[in-house]
Ligand binder design. Structure first.
Ligand code: GRF
Length: 229
């Protein structure tokens, strides 16, 4: 755990794709917008993902741990070792398409965040990623969609929602157009939520047992107040 006098949490970002949310978090940290967080590591399960050179261009350590061709148990064990070796405190999933292994969820329970391009609990779960989400929203005729940051548990897109932003669906909207407008909101929401989350981890460590949220299960969760951001 970080120095109690001036705590800064070491954050790992998990990615599988282009990494625009990852870069939004890195940029926020570079600009001083994440005073309690240090982006210490990017873990990517796809060697060809655009997120890898993107992270490296910011001088962030990257670990490519390929999931393809590896037994899931070995893959998850390699990730857990990397997290422990680098003394990671908090994990942010940012377009990470693999399920987080149960050993990792257990060890980091209440300290794994994910961003999802819909208003959870709607349009989440296995298979609900990328354009599939936006296609489903348009097909249902919804008048609004948005993005959600939530805590990760053992099921896809399932843990408590910490904050959401709403985005109107426009007449004649396409999955691409809707995705683009939601992504712009994601880039603002995720750094804000991470900053607040880390502040509340500090508060929870200083005053253990106070301000516990009803939906959470460990002292490390306890300080987070919901935010309609
Ligand atoms: C984002 O829409 C995010 O909500 C979802 O995956 C997408 C990742 O995009 N989990 P990027 O790789 O951050 O550009």
């Amino acid at each position: 755990m970080p120095d109690p006098a001036s705590p800064r949490f070491r954050v790992a970002i998990f990615v599988s794709g282009g990494g625009s949310n990852m870069e939004a978090l890195i940029r926020a940290a570079e600009k001083g917008g994440l005073p309690r967080a240090e982006i210490a590591l990017v873990i990517c399960n796809r060697p060809d993902a655009g997120a890898v050179p993107r992270a490296q261009s910011h001088g962030i350590e990257t670990a490519v741990i390929a999931s393809k061709g590896a037994a899931d148990q070995d893959f998850q064990a390699s990730i857990l070792s990397a997290l422990i070796e680098r003394r990671i405190d908090v994990i942010c999933l940012a377009g990470y398409l693999k399920k987080v292994g149960s050993d990792i969820v257990q060890r980091y329970r209440g300290r794994i965040l994910n961003i999802h391009p819909a208003l959870l609990p709607r349009y989440g779960g296995a298979g609900m990623y990328g354009r599939f989400v936006h296609e489903a929203v348009l097909k249902a005729g919804d008048k609004e969609s948005g993005c959600s940051v939530h805590l990760v548990d053992d099921e896809f897109d399932h843990g408590p929602v910490l904050a959401q932003r709403r985005v109107p669906v426009l007449t004649g909207d396409t999955p691409e157009g809707l995705a683009k407008r939601i992504l712009e909101q994601e880039h603002q929401l995720y750094p804000q939520v991470l900053a607040q989350f880390c502040e509340q981890l500090v508060a929870a460590q200083r005053h253990p047992g106070e301000g516990r949220g009803p939906e959470t299960s460990t002292p490390l969760d306890s300080g987070f107040r919901r935010n309609d951001g």
